[in-house]
Design a binder for this molecule. Structure first.
Ligand SMILES: Cc1cc2nc3c(=O)[nH]c(=O)nc-3n(C[C@H](O)[C@H](O)[C@H](O)COP(=O)(O)OP(=O)(O)OC[C@H]3O[C@@H](n4cnc5c(N)ncnc54)[C@H](O)[C@@H]3O)c2cc1C
Length: 409
């Protein structure tokens, strides 16, 4: 793997950095306080192709490779987590599901405008009673003639108010053999009869992004609203999480970097007892931890990106990157507040915003506990690549598989 950024990659990063500094950073405090979705900024970014991500050009995307894409996300989320989140949905959970499992018509109708930043979409996985345990959902779908009728409620759905459609999951009842719920994925237009939304206000972070309840009451969708095959919904959700988690991890890298850069600048400027606070070892300890968080998160994201670019399966590596980068982002934001003292606690400096926004990614797209469990189960040989009888996971992408002792477990 080549860790050098090519001149083209550097150019794109510079363009994104410049945009973030000019068009996002001066306004982020205002729209965060107002809990207002910065649609105009996201549209401006999309006009520069930043929403296109890894989506191929034929579907309105930028056709980037994952390594380049990770650099772009880092630059945007360094200024604002929420804008980065909006720009990555076309390559993440929603867009990637349609790209991988959609029909040509679904791609043209739903993915293309999403990748061009003309529309927004929500992903309806979580419910009031089931979050981590996706397969335990209560939302149902039943056939009625050639239509489907969906009933249920999704909780904590992002882009709730701005979405023109939702990628929603519902079950058809339990499978006779396995007893597991047969889950399907549907594309549900937001303006259909029976669809209603109830935003949650005053949440801890991610305030500009409307999040809340999506209620589906006898929502009738045509046969072609089904994404993939009947019963393929769980597979679709898991496949797409692999991509969503990647974008969340890359966003985390940008947050660590922002906290590190801001802390370094402040530590060189603020003086106590006649010298810069950066001269004190306790402050250096905080800076050093942020450096470690940045470098390690970045390398894990690059590893996952490189594997995706090689067409290798990277579920474990992406999970590791997501776990580490989101925890590092939260730690960096926590430390940055400490470096800034009381000013870090004030909205004026924007450091506390990084802290608030860095908390949610530790919960969504797999909690930290789930990622830890996944890593341990791979190492122990309890979880294998490509299902029960697949190969034992390698320790890292270029290392051999774990020893035969583990392989026989
Ligand atoms: C800002 C924000 C935006 C979101 N956006 C979306 C969205 O757009 N679409 C969507 O569908 N969802 C969204 N979510 C929801 C999020 O994905 C879920 O909250 C998450 O999956 C966790 O589910 P839960 O809250 O039900 O927690 P639970 O699943 O109830 O877990 C509670 C606790 O138990 C732990 N736990 C659970 N099971 C295990 C286990 N087997 N082993 C060890 N520990 C376990 C968890 O780690 C956690 O600490 C969003 C959440 C937030 C905060």
């Amino acid at each position: 793997m080549d860790l050098d950024w090519s001149p083209e990659q550097q150019e794109l990063r510079a363009l994104a950095r410049d945009f973030a500094e000019r068009e996002i950073a001066p306004h982020v405090g205002e729209y965060d306080k107002a809990e207002r979705f910065p649609r105009e900024i996201v549209e401006q970014a999309a006009a520069l192709g930043f929403a296109g991500g890894i989506v191929p050009a034929e579907y309105g995307g930028a056709g980037l490779d994952y390594v380049t894409y990770s650099g772009l996300i880092e630059e945007i989320s360094r200024a604002c987590h929420i804008v980065a989140c909006a720009l990555t949905f076309p390559s993440g959970l929603v867009g990637n599901s349609i790209l991988t499992y959609g029909t040509e018509e679904q791609k043209q109708r739903y993915l293309k405008p999403l990748a061009q930043g003309e529309t927004f979409a929500g992903a309806g996985v979580t419910e009031a009673r089931s979050g981590t345990d996706v397969s335990d959902m209560d939302t149902t779908a039943r056939r009625d003639g050639s239509d489907w009728v969906i009933n249920g409620a999704k909780m904590w759905i992002s882009f709730l108010d701005v979405a023109t459609y939702y990628l929603t999951f519902a079950h058809l009842g339990a499978d006779e053999k396995s007893g597991r719920k047969r889950i399907c994925a549907f594309i549900v237009d937001a303006d259909l009869k029976g669809v209603s939304t109830h935003p949650l206000k005053n949440k801890y972070g991610f305030r500009p992004l409307s999040t809340g309840e999506l209620v589906l009451e006898d929502v009738r969708v045509p046969a072609d609203a089904l994404l993939g095959e009947e019963g393929q919904g769980f597979e679709i959700a898991m496949h797409s999480l692999d991509h969503g988690r990647f974008t969340v991890a890359a966003g985390g890298v940008g947050v660590v970097r922002a906290c590190l850069e801001r802390s370094v600048a402040y530590a060189r400027e603020r003086e106590t007892f006649g010298q810069e606070i950066g001269r004190y070892q306790f402050v250096q300890d905080m800076i050093a931890k942020m450096v470690l968080g940045y470098e390690t998160s970045k390398l894990l994201v690059l590893q996952a990106a490189w594997m995706k670019d090689q067409g290798k399966r990277s579920t474990r590596e992406t999970s590791l990157a997501k776990w580490h980068a989101t925890e590092s982002a939260f730690e960096a934001a926590h430390l940055a507040i400490q470096v800034f003292g009381s000013y870090g606690y004030s909205a004026e400096y924007g450091i506390e915003r990084y802290f608030r926004n860095a908390r949610a990614p530790i919960i969504y797209e797999g909690t930290t506990q789930i990622h830890k469990m996944m890593q341990a189960e791979h190492a122990l040989g309890y979880r294998r690549l490509n299902g029960r009888n697949g190969d034992v996971s390698p320790i890292c992408s270029w290392a051999p598989a774990l020893s035969p002792v583990h392989a026989s477990a």
